[in-house]
Design a protein around this ligand. Structure first.
Ligand code: PMP
Length: 358
């Protein structure tokens, strides 16, 4: 059995659109795509009069080296959001198939599934936000085609040990694709599980340049998976998904200088995360701060709504995560620069004083 047997038959049979850019090998006069022959006026970006390569080879090379996979194991898209959407559309038949998630977790898995009219099976994380592998496996039915695991978890900040990922992927062999979302892995102590791709064809890993690589605005994310899965998703991707200015921004961010810069900022986030966690935990009105392996801290308050409002009124927006199971008293605060973090602490400390005085 191949992992492609899990995908929708009509997608496997689809004759994809043949894009004009694929017909050119470079150095030719391009009159096959109805583009303008003239560069746009102003500082718009060299080459923008031409459609970009569907999977720009220079970027694919750099990303494959960065993530330590082969080129054919990698798909670049508009953020990992796009990869999530493509996976759901390729693997889940509307009205029949399902995905499995473990709340609290990133919201887009369920949204993409609902857009596709796929069911969403929920197996909550345990009270300490660890993953219950046995409960997940017990909930996998024939309808489940994708199991999403978010590690480090957004919004809880917890991680799933590599041993649990291996147990899951082995048990799901021939039944479902395990999609491990590593959007925040650069901030974690444990590394990626992408090396397991060589052993398991039903594993997929999501990576993004939106967090540690500071490129949320460029919208570049990757799916790492078996070459057959990558080839399948390329069939349903729009012909020219990656805007040239975004590709150029990514190449710059991933240059030697860019990598050094990003690594320095990751170090700052990790040390600020530890400092902030300790400082927040000492504030009156703070019930606790969850341990986090990501670039945010999830903070429990006696009165989360008042804390949110207080920060908001001081010009600071944090994420209200009270709707998530197990987080009914919590706000999620992204770790910023040391100056940003000092502001958060100052506002919360002053609100504690005011409440204490009242
Ligand atoms: N996965 C997780 C866990 C996230 O938190 C996010 C963004 N908040 C994404 C994926 C989407 O990231 P991208 O910008 O790559 O689409």
């Amino acid at each position: 059995m191949s992992v492609l047997d899990l995908a929708r038959a009509e997608i496997r049979a689809l004759q994809p659109y043949s894009s004009a850019r694929m017909e050119a090998s470079g150095g030719q006069l391009l009159l096959n795509a109805n583009e303008s022959a003239w560069a746009p006026t102003g500082d718009v970006g060299t080459g923008c009069n031409r459609y970009p390569q569907p999977q720009p080879s220079a970027l694919v090379d750099v990303l494959a080296r960065l993530y330590e996979v082969r080129r054919e194991q990698l798909l670049v898209g508009r953020g990992s959001d796009e990869a999530i959407d493509l996976l759901v559309r390729a693997f889940c038949r509307a009205g029949r198939d399902a995905i499995l998630i473990q709340p609290p977790t990133f919201g887009m898995y369920a949204v993409s599934a609902r857009i596709q009219d796929a069911a969403v099976i929920e197996v909550p994380l345990r009270g300490d936000f660890t993953l219950d592998v046995d409960a997940v496996l017990a909930a996998v039915t024939d309808a489940v085609k994708l199991v999403f695991v978010c590690t480090p978890n957004n919004p809880a900040g917890s991680v799933v040990p590599r041993g649990d990922i291996e147990r899951l992927v082995r048990a799901l062999d021939g039944r479902a694709l395990l999609v491990v979302d590593e959007a925040y892995v650069e901030f974690a102590d444990e590394g990626s599980v992408a090396d397991l791709l060589e052993r398991y064809d039903n594993l997929a890993v999501l990576r993004t340049l939106s967090k540690a690589w500071a490129l949320a605005g460029a919208r570049i994310g990757c799916l790492l998976a078996h070459p057959d899965v990558i080839a399948l998703l390329r069939r349903i991707m729009p012909p020219y998904p990656l805007p040239l200015p975004s590709v150029d921004a990514a190449l710059l961010a991933l240059s030697g200088w860019g990598q050094a810069n990003a690594r320095a900022h990751i170090d700052v986030v990790r040390s600020e995360r530890a400092r902030m966690r300790a400082a927040l935990a000492r504030l009156p009105g703070v019930r606790g701060v969850l341990p986090s392996q990501a670039n945010f801290l999830t903070v429990r308050f006696d009165d989360a709504e008042a804390a949110y409002r207080r920060l908001f009124d001081a010009g600071i927006v944090v994420r209200d995560v009270r709707r998530y199971p197990g987080l009914g008293d919590a706000l999620r605060v992204t770790v910023g620069t040391p100056a940003d973090n000092a502001q958060v602490l100052a506002v919360l400390a002053s609100s504690a004083t005011v409440r204490g005085a009242a």
